[in-house]
Structures are given as structure tokens and as C-alpha cells.
Design a protein around this ligand. Structure first.
Ligand SMILES: O=C(O)CCC(=O)C(=O)O
Ligand SMILES: [Fe+2]
Length: 356
């Protein structure tokens, strides 16, 4: 390793600084095990180019054309059953707002480390607001090649807007507006999921309770050794559903059978993924799918993930309407705070749902 490797600070390594120092090889904490390296080649889906995650035009749900609505619902149902991931266009928010949000997030990461560290995360608290790294204290496994900013939007008791970036200046108000848009979009999708699962109107919202919403800005610096390092190790999200803005760089991959398929960037689209609580409540009809992020030597990438969670006191299990003699409950009913705590103990180490 070159001698100019920036030292690990109180917040751990900073991947942007490592890249900017021009290192030729990464610190060993980022190197995947030999077996994991065999299992991934960046962009290895070239042989599976026919597979791509569905792109759904949500305007088909709003217009008064019943045939178009039925076709859109069928596309969402199939995406939820087969992929657990889809991209959406015409999602009820202006694409210009989404782009502005992404640009502001990127400008935050362009600040100096000192400026970003004014809002540093407590490295011991994986769910505290601020700038830093994920899962530093929870596992001693390989680290992800990313720096993050994490903050809550809801509940208001967790929001602490003073801990959100205030540089660039428009960050806070733009994030509030974008967060409202994501909330509306996910409300609408929850109604659609309930309808597709044959549940009573409002069942999902009642089960999940008061919404918890938080954002994580994932900054993936370019990486000198992309064949040995992951931007984000494979995981499924523990929450209800996640809405993601990515840029043109690419790197997000979704597991389909034994293969990893790229989520090809589409200008102006949002990526939606179902998370574990939807798989549980649907008794396995809908999938929360494993995904990961690969690195590259060319460009840095920023994604903004907005996580819609259940309320901490919600108890979530398979909906009774979806359980019968032929379809026994596949998962136990679990308190959401307990579920989330076990995810944070595990870190990004694959997908593990508790079995009944
Ligand atoms: O950066 C991405 O594309 C994916 C991020 C992600 O999976 C997450 O933040 O949970
Ligand atoms: Fe994720």
C-alpha cells in the first residue's frame, strides 16, 4: 500500500480521501473474502442482458382509462412478485425537483472533510443523524466503500433539522419538499400493494402505524480495486419500502436467481424496492430482494435512499387473510424496533428473514 494512505480517523476511513490520495491498493478492511470475489465481477450481468428490472409509468394509475389502469396494476404485481424492484416514471413529483435534490446531495460531498465533519455522526450509533460511515461498530466484517450522510425526516421527534446539511444552502428546504413527495408516492404505492394483495383498504397503513422516514446519502468514491471491493455489500432492506435516486454512473445490482442484474440508470426515474416488512406482511407473495453496489475506477456515484419504515411499536406478521391451511404463516410476528435492531447487529451481510 502506498505510504500516503490517509489515516483512519475517529470516524473510520473516508473513501473520498482514500481515492483522492491516489492509492493503488485499498486498506485490507475493504477487501472481500476470496470466495466473495469469485462470486462477483463488476457488471457481470452482461451475459444476462435480457433481464432488466421493470420500468413502470405510474400515470397509468391516475387516468380514467380502466384498461390502462389494469395493465399498470398487473405490471406492478409482477414486479413485486418476480423482482421486488422496479423503476418508476411519472411518479407525481417533478423530475426537476428530484434532480435538484441529487445535485445538492452531491455538492454536500464535494465540501472538504472538515466542513462535512461539523455534522459528524456518533460512530457508535448506527441510526444517529450525521456524516460518517455505516456499521462501524456493529460488525467486524469487511467494510463498504462508501461515505454516508444519514438523517431522519419523520417522526418529528427524530428530525433535528439542525443536524441536516446546511451547505449547500438549499439542501434543507429541498429535502423537505422531496420528502413530502416520497411520502405521497409511498402512500399511493401502499394502497396499490394492499389492493393487489386483496387486503382491506388501509390495512397496510394501520399495520405499519405512524411512518418513520429517513434519508441516507450514499457517496461511493471511485475505487482503485473494483474487483476486490464492494460499494455496499449484499443485503435486503429491513424497512417497508425504499425509494432511491441514482445518477448516470450505475453500480446498483439486484439478485435474480443466482445472477446479479444491473439497475440501469434512467434519467429522471426513481428506483423503488420492497423491503422486508412487505415480504412478511404479504406472507412471501411479494419479495424483498437482495441487492448490492459494485465500484468502478472511473466515476464517483451518489445515491439518495429514502427509507419508509413502520412505527417502532408496530407488530408485523403475515396478514391473517393471506394465511390458511395451504399457505401457513412463513414468518413470526415481530415488533419493528426489535427487527430493526437485529438488522443493525447483522449489518450488510446478505438477506436473513426470521422463519416461523
Ligand atoms: O446506492 C444504491 O444504489 C443502493 C443503496 C442501498 O441499497 C441502501 O442504501 O440500502
Ligand atoms: Fe438497500
Amino acid at each position: 500500500m502506498a505510504s500516503n494512505v490517509p489515516r483512519k480517523g475517529a470516524l473510520g476511513y473516508n473513501v473520498k480521501e482514500l481515492w483522492e490520495a491516489g492509492i493503488g491498493s485499498v486498506p485490507t478492511t475493504f477487501v472481500q473474502s476470496a470466495s466473495a470475489q469469485q462470486a462477483f465481477t463488476p457488471h457481470d450481468d452482461e451475459t444476462h442482458a435480457a433481464d432488466s428490472i421493470p420500468v413502470i409509468d405510474l400515470s397509468g394509475l391516475q387516468e380514467g382509462d380502466p384498461t390502462r389502469r389494469a395493465a399498470t396494476l398487473a405490471a406492478i404485481a409482477s414486479a413485486c412478485q418476480e423482482w421486488g424492484f422496479f423503476q418508476v416514471v411519472n411518479y407525481g413529483m417533478s423530475p426537476a425537483l428530484v434532480k435538484k435534490m441529487h445535485k445538492l446531495g452531491r455538492e454536500f460531498f464535494d465540501l472538504s472533510t472538515e466542513e462535512k465533519e461539523v455534522l459528524a455522526k456518533d460512530p457508535k450509533n448506527p441510526v444517529g443523524n450525521g456524516y460518517g460511515r455505516q456499521f462501524l461498530s456493529s460488525t467486524n466484517s469487511t467494510e463498504d466503500w462508501q461515505d454516508v450522510f444519514f438523517h431522519y425526516l419523520l417522526p418529528l421527534t427524530h428530525k433535528h433539522i439542525d443536524s441536516w446539511p446546511n451547505k449547500p444552502i438549499a439542501y434543507r428546504e429541498t429535502m423537505e419538499e422531496y420528502g413530502e413527495g416520497v411520502l405521497k408516492l409511498t402512500d399511493m404505492l401502499l394502497d396499490v400493494f394492499g389492493e393487489l394483495l386483496g387486503l382491506k383498504t388501509g390495512y397496510l397503513q394501520e399495520t405499519f402505524g405512524d411512518t418513520m422516514l429517513n434519508a441516507r446519502l450514499n457517496f461511493y468514491a471511485a475505487c482503485p480495486e473494483p474487483s476486490r471491493v464492494l460499494g455496499l455489500r449484499a443485503h435486503s432492506d429491513p424497512n417497508v419500502m425504499t425509494v432511491l435516486v441514482q445518477d448516470h454512473v450505475g453500480g446498483l445490482q439486484v439478485k435474480k436467481g443466482q445472477h446479479w442484474v444491473n439497475v440501469t440508470p434512467i434519467d429522471g426515474a426513481l428506483v423503488v424496492n420492497l423491503a422486508d416488512q412487505i415480504q412478511i406482511v404479504s406472507n412471501g407473495k411479494f419479495q424483498s430482494v437482495e441487492h448490492r453496489v459494485v465500484t468502478n475506477q472511473g466515476d464517483a456515484r451518489l445515491s439518495i435512499a429514502m427509507f419508509r419504515h413502520a412505527s417502532g411499536d408496530a407488530n408485523i406478521g403475515p396478514a391473517p387473510e393471506l394465511v390458511d391451511a395451504l399457505h401457513p404463516a412463513l414468518y413470526p410476528t415481530t415488533n419493528y424496533t426489535t427487527y430493526r435492531a437485529s438488522f443493525h447487529r447483522k449489518g450488510h451481510n446478505g438477506k436473513v428473514l426470521p422463519a416461523q
